[in-house]
Design a protein. Sequence first.
Length: 528
Amino acid sequence: MAQLLRDRSNTWIFVAGCAAVTLGVLLHLPMFWMGRMDGFRLAGMTMDSEMIAGMGLIIAGIAAACYGMMPRNIAAQIHASRHISVAAPEDAPLSPAHFRLMAVLVVALMIDVMKPASLGFVMPGLTAEYGVPKSEGALVPFAALTGTVLGSILWGMAADIYGRKASILLSAIMFVGTSICGAMPSLGWNIAMCFLMGAAAGGMLPVTYALLAETMPSRHRGWALVLVGGLGASGGYFAASGFSAWLEPIYSWRILWLLNLPTGLLLLALGTMIPESAKYLLARGRRAEAQAVMQRFGTTSHTHGSEEEDVDFAPIHAAENTPIAGIWSKGIAGTSLALSLLALSWGFINFGVLLWLPADLVANGVPMATASGLIARSALIAVPTVFAVAVLYSRWSTKFSLVAVTLVTAAGLAGVIALKANAALSPVLLLALLIIGTNGMLAIILPYAAESFPLHIRGRATGWIAACTKAGGLAAQALSISAMVPPLGVAAGAVMVPALVAVVLTWRYCRETLGIDLRQIDRPLPTG
């Protein structure tokens, strides 16, 4: 009874924190609306008392939400979680619960991907309003991507300890709080808020894939992971470009950040449909609730690394419990290297080539609304191909599907080079090829990572690969800050090299995971 009362109290603390954050954001909107007579330009305006009070409410609300979701006996849970793994057996049937979870996570990933994808559409208006050169304006995406790198690592670790649902909900409330980036009157405040926004966005991907990997049966896991990831990625990019084409001409670039408020609240509402991690519940001793969750999804739990060790699991050594060391241990270091390089290449393409693309089009005389519409059409063409990628991944080969989409991405980069050399070529089809490839890479690389690493480090390993996707973007934005951005065609050609090297490494070191029981991954990968 005491445990139940404490959990209810924590729930109300979390709800109160969410309400405080939402109110804090609403207190920023009057200042945004004040700028409507001047094209919503707020640069140079002084923050009023309502905005300052709103910031205080946001800080207090996020702290309360974190407290409400935090387990009370952290040390005991860390110890217990190391000895618990949850996975679905091969023959578990799909249920309505599986499809509801997939639908919710698609929306969650769309919201998550939309935030960093919006950076490219924000930059032309942002630099124009603040009157800064592109090199100084690049501090905004650089701060956002730095936040995503940190968020991917920290949230991935937290998901292994505190549970998947808690991590997703905390990401959502941070989304809501950082929507005030759209009302900030100074570039410095935009940089700070975008860092926090990135930290929230970075945590969603590894948590989502780890949760899906634990709930989907082996024979359905591949297509489900790729379909959710692909629809989330392509849908998020389409949403960013679509909202830019629709709303930015009316409400300026700032509206793309303020959209964090409704989308973050939507994510919080959808969070009620996401089950709490059975691993989290078992670690807290809430076995009845854990059994109910596992019954809904057909999953089973295993205790290992202790006196009750299951023979299917290898013992967990102390060195492997450190945040990063476990993914570079013997037998999986080659996989880690190949996937890290793939992720870095993808990050440079997505947050470099594609991020520079709208500005490049505008610089060549294309209106921002037209450029956004062009990219939106290209993204729309890419959406149906997600289903084809899911079929290949689940029916043909997980490993070689990753190789194939990387090669398609390389072909898209070649298309960008051709487009810069000959402007008469059709930009929609060439850009669609690049977007298809990059969406396919993102749709596969994190699910494949979730399937390729041992159970006890899955969250942190997937978080590391997710962080690498953003680190590639950091390298691209470092070029922007130093005013050393190469011509778009040159950048496309340069990133093809590490992408193709990563293909070779994937071919050599990565394993085929099609249909295997995830518990088999604890066994050493055959060499030779």
